[in-house]
Design a binder for this molecule. Structure first.
Ligand code: PHE
Length: 336
């Protein structure tokens, strides 16, 4: 009788208490289980009555267990309004931030949009024509090896684009000058990953095609960009270079952001760091894309977004951009 009334009084409000109940009244080692075990000490003539009573207790314990299970289940799905304390402070939600590469890309786009460039995009898987041939890379020319290309399977006509110049070919094929376009995007080169290089990185390339576009326009545009991006004190210089799709071609250097041009590890004592390539669009490229090279001229430039971000935020290892280490990413949280 005492066990019966303690079963009737038992309660459970959560899974732990439910388990405690099970241990106490249902399991083999419970008080009920012990009553069954006690059967062997009962004289034979009393066994029947004893067994009946113990069975009643067992049924009672099980019925109560079902009742408690239902009770706990329903209270865990619907919390009672009295359980809510609306005056409690909210739990800490840590907000994410903009990735430094995204922020840098946005800033670059903003600078060029303000001087009339629009945005263009193209596929990351490209054909030979858009990545190389239209850009005046001769067949089997070693210049193709300057950009260690990832080819797709065994088809040499299809590759992961090695630069976003391919997007500019697509724009020139589909639009009439004047063209002022900026092509940001992901590019791929079969290079060993190090602090300064990665096989996947980001570029923005710019293209301006119109009547009477000259090298002075190229220089002024990039001077403007460098000062907007890195500050008024920034100096820019152009070094003669070679690209199959531009003639003349020039490498773009800016005064080192870390030492202010005095010479340090990053600029290897020269005071200058390279941020990209540029040049006057080769007339062959214009013709390949159906633009009259007698009437129109153009300039183009291309820069690595990682490189710009590294200089701007003084990041010394390019791998940090893709490792997703929150200690690194957190530092850019306040940027929009
Ligand atoms: N496409 C070149 C590169 O990826 C950069 C470049 C663009 C150079 C436009 C000149 C003009 O290296």
């Amino acid at each position: 009788e005492a066990i019966k009334s303690s079963i009737a009084a038992a309660d459970a409000t959560n899974a732990d208490e439910l388990e405690a109940y099970r241990m106490k009244y249902i399991s083999k080692k419970s008080v009920v289980g012990e009553l069954f075990a006690g059967m062997r000490d009962i004289p034979n003539e009393q066994k029947k009555a004893y067994g009946q009573t113990v069975n009643e207790v067992k049924q009672l314990a099980e019925a109560k267990f079902q009742e408690l299970i239902e009770k706990v289940n329903s209270s865990s799905t619907k919390s009672k309004s009295s359980d809510l304390d609306l005056t409690l402070p909210p739990s800490n939600i840590s907000a994410g931030g903009v990735h430094p590469l995204t922020a840098t890309r946005q800033r670059i786009i903003e600078i060029f949009e303000r001087i009339g460039f629009n945005l263009s995009e193209g596929p990351e898987i490209e054909d030979d024509w858009h990545n190389f041939t239209a850009l005046n890379f001769p067949e089997n020319h070693p210049a193709r090896e300057m950009q260690d290309t990832f080819f797709i399977e065994k088809n040499p006509d299809i590759a992961l684009r090695t630069h976003t110049s391919s997007v500019q070919v697509r724009v020139m094929e589909n639009q009439k000058p004047p063209i002022r376009t900026l092509s940001p995007g992901r590019v791929f080169r079969n290079e060993a990953i190090s602090a300064r290089a990665h096989c996947i990185f980001h570029q923005v390339e710019g293209l301006y095609v119109d009547e009477n576009v000259g090298f002075a326009d190229l220089k002024n545009t990039l001077y403007h960009f460098a000062k907007e991006m890195f500050g008024k004190e920034t100096k820019v210089r152009f070094r003669p270079s070679f690209f199959p799709f531009t003639e003349p071609s020039a490498e773009i250097d800016i005064s080192c952001q870390l030492c202010g041009g005095k010479g340090c590890n990053v600029c290897k004592g020269t005071g200058w760091v390279e941020i990209g390539g540029s040049g006057m669009v080769d007339p062959n490229v214009l013709e390949n894309c159906g633009i009259d090279s007698k009437k129109y001229t153009g300039f183009a430039f291309g820069m690595g977004i990682e490189r710009i971000a590294m200089l701007k935020y003084q990041i010394k290892d390019l791998r940090l951009f893709t490792e997703n280490d929150v200690r690194f990413l957190k530092q850019f949280r306040s940027m929009v």
